[in-house]
Design a protein around this ligand. Structure first.
Ligand SMILES: [Zn+2]
Length: 66
């Protein structure tokens, strides 16, 4: 089945360690921000986590920050 979303070339992103565009494994993670402990329960943010398939470098981007 041809699924464009599963195309490895579509997941290429720039890796700061490899210093070029490499295939990445992308997942979404809910992370709890702990800057303010009182609000910890209310500051769970979805992060888009991209892991370089070549060197394993992990880049997390807050999704609702755009
Ligand atoms: Zn890399």
């Amino acid at each position: 089945m041809a699924n464009p979303a599963a195309d490895p070339d579509a997941a290429r992103e720039r890796c700061p360690d490899c210093r070029e565009k490499t295939p990445h494994h992308v997942r979404v993670e809910i992370r709890t921000e702990s800057e303010n402990p009182e609000n910890a329960a209310f500051s769970r943010e979805p992060y888009r986590v991209a892991v370089c398939a070549r060197c394993g470098h992990e880049t997390a981007t807050r999704m609702n920050n755009v």
